[in-house]
Design a binder for this molecule. Structure first.
Ligand SMILES: [Fe+2]
Length: 616
């Protein structure tokens, strides 16, 4: 009997440990994370869920591919609702409550899941498989690492409720090349940011799925928005409040994960995401956000939750729900990491938001920031991440990788808005413009080490900005030719978040605003305020091609999209390729302002559902 009990306890632990979400946010300090021992003990030898009570409630997802493994995600639950355990505790007890009574009273058994990975959609030849548990403690989420995979290979995966025929949808995923692979074909990415559910349907996520046009998805943050904003019609049956607790963040992520185009993207592509501010709160920095300061006054008036606790709630829900690896199990804020795509490129993903950012613009402090924004001590990343970033740039160059692609939240290039907006403070201190010293150290690293072929990606701004990468005031730059640049920045619009020029801005008004900006910012070659959308990158040793797409509507679900503008960066050129003296392919764009040129709309859109072209 004793022997049998021990065996059973061992098996339980293995299946719990197989779910990475039980290990997050801290594997090595049980008091800071989930006590697997307590969960296993509570669930030991109890009755099991009837499979008919359980459902795969939010599809499947994969992410953070490496050369031989990938993260697989699903949720298997007796409820669509999220676990309401929101207890924050203090003193000597663990941070996470395990008295999740509502579900524990129904059954304190864990949900048992089998998973498998194969090389074909029929899943005949299985290359890895396993069993894992989940429970209300982690909101019934399941995150496993599929191993034993070959590099740069497509796989299919599926979950099933143990001892039943109940199965999840089949997902598709792909590993990345190993670091010494010689890549001969272009690698294609779709790049996203800023999906705001109340503001519309996530059509932009679905279009590459229907076109099957990319291999990986990069998300630069604002995957969710935490606040109530405008019309909440898309979430009429769900919470529409500013949220601060663990349940609120889980609920918000779960709500977003009902959008059919988002579900489709997760099912078909491995994602490489980072968070921006709204995964936690508006304009977050290390110790606060726009609407929550680390003060007693703010604590009392802004929800009765501390900055640290709110961030921890948000981060925990994010790790539960996103197909992402926790890079360092003793550092639950670290999501900055690097992906080596063979000898073709490094994808360096930064966290300029939550990890260790010096104070940002929280709306009441603009004058203060205009005094300090150039301080050498200011950092978007904190010293540990900054040192890693510069070292990774240097390592990437010295190992002979052709490109360095930097996935970062906020616009890197200097954007002076003083003339166009009549603003007293010409810069957006919430972007790199508020952290000049950090940007100077980045440029210094590139110049000192003669590092070229740099492609910076950005989101956050809800508008499109394409610039040569220029150290203004330090290195001469010719906007006509691009000479003097060390790379290119592609900053993308939003999946659905409204334009900074106004939610209901007209095409003509947006055009005027775009022309102001390209006229007053030397390195800004194309700008568009009007369209929501995304862009695709095709990366080869010879060139990087960027294709910007706009969606004509987010008010209804639609597969329509418009090709807005295309750009090319030739290897070794370190600037946008000019066509007839202009920086866009063909010297023309469909929308927005191209420096030195006019936009010439073709007025044709592509329907990714029907694969037909239509006038618009
Ligand atoms: Fe955003």
């Amino acid at each position: 009997m004793f022997f049998r009990s021990l065996c059973f306890a061992g098996a339980v632990s293995a299946a719990f440990v197989g779910n990475l979400n039980y290990l997050s946010p801290s594997r090595h300090h049980a008091s800071l994370g989930v006590s697997i021992h307590r969960v296993a003990k509570r669930t030991h030898g109890t009755t099991h869920w009837d499979p008919s009570q359980l459902n795969f409630t939010h599809g499947v997802a994969s992410g953070d591919p490496s050369e031989d493994s990938v993260i697989l995600w699903t949720r298997a639950a007796p409820t669509n609702d999220n676990d309401a355990s929101n207890v924050t505790v203090s003193g000597y007890v663990p941070l996470y409550d395990h008295s999740t009574e509502e579900y524990v009273l129904s059954s304190n058994a864990p949900v048992c899941i089998d998973w498998k990975v194969g090389t074909s959609e029929t899943l005949e030849k299985i290359v890895d498989s396993g069993t894992a548990y989940t429970s209300s403690d982690i909101d019934y989420t399941i995150k496993v690492e599929a191993k034993k995979l070959r590099s740069f290979t497509t796989y299919y995966y599926q979950f099933a409720i143990c001892n039943s025929k109940k199965k999840s949808p089949i997902g598709r995923t792909k590993t990345i090349p190993s670091s010494d692979d010689k890549i001969s074909k272009p690698i294609k990415l779709a790049v996203y940011s800023c999906s705001n559910y109340p503001f519309g349907f996530f059509n932009a996520y679905g279009n590459p799925v229907r076109k099957d046009s990319v291999e990986y998805v990069v998300h630069l943050g604002d995957y969710i928005y935490e606040y109530a904003n405008g019309d909440c019609s898309r979430i009429s049956v769900l919470t529409c409040q500013v949220h601060v607790g663990l349940y609120d963040y889980r609920k918000r992520l779960a709500t977003y994960r009902t959008d059919l185009d988002l579900l489709a993207s997760h099912q078909k592509f491995p994602w490489i995401p980072v968070w921006d501010d709204h995964e936690v709160a508006d304009n977050t920095w290390r110790d606060g956000s726009a609407h929550l300061n680390n003060t007693e006054d703010s604590f009392i008036s802004d929800g009765g939750v501390s900055v640290d606790q709110r961030k921890m709630n948000a981060v925990r829900a994010y790790f539960e729900w996103m197909p992402i690896r926790q890079v360092d199990m003793d550092d639950n804020l670290r999501i900055w990491r690097n992906f080596q795509f063979g000898n073709l490129f490094d994808l360096i993903m930064l966290d300029t938001r939550q990890y260790d950012r010096s104070i940002t613009d929280v709306y009441w402090n603009a004058n203060y920031l205009s005094d300090i924004y150039n301080d050498a001590s200011r950092s978007l990343m904190g010293p540990r991440q900054e040192a890693w970033f510069y070292r990774t740039l240097k390592d990437s160059s010295s190992r002979g990788t052709t490109w360095r692609v930097v996935g970062n939240q906020i616009v890197f290039s200097r954007i002076n808005s003083s003339i166009s907006l009549g603003s007293e403070t010409p810069f957006n201190y919430d972007q790199w413009d508020g952290y000049q010293a950090n940007r100077n150290r980045t440029f210094h690293t590139l110049y000192e080490n003669d590092i070229g072929n740099n492609i910076f990606l950005a989101g956050d701004s809800h508008a499109s900005w394409v610039s040569d990468l220029v150290w203004l005031d330090e290195h001469p730059y010719d906007p006509a030719t691009g000479n003097g640049s060390v790379g290119v920045e592609f900053a993308g619009s939003a999946v659905s978040s409204p334009s900074p020029a106004g939610q209901n801005v007209t095409l003509a008004e947006a055009q005027v605003a775009s022309e102001y900006f390209t006229a007053t910012n030397a390195e800004l070659q194309w700008q568009d305020f009007y369209y929501r959308g995304y862009y695709e990158l095709s990366i080869s040793h010879e060139r990087v091609d960027a294709a910007y797409f706009g969606v004509p509507t987010t008010t209804v679900r639609s597969g329509a999209e418009i090709s807005l503008a295309n750009f090319t960066v030739m290897a070794g050129a370190n600037k946008l390729r000019r066509h007839n003296g202009r920086a866009a392919v063909g010297g023309v764009v469909e929308s927005g302002s191209l420096k030195g040129g006019n936009f010439i709309p073709k007025k044709i859109l592509f329907d990714s559902e029907t694969k037909e072209w239509h006038p618009y």
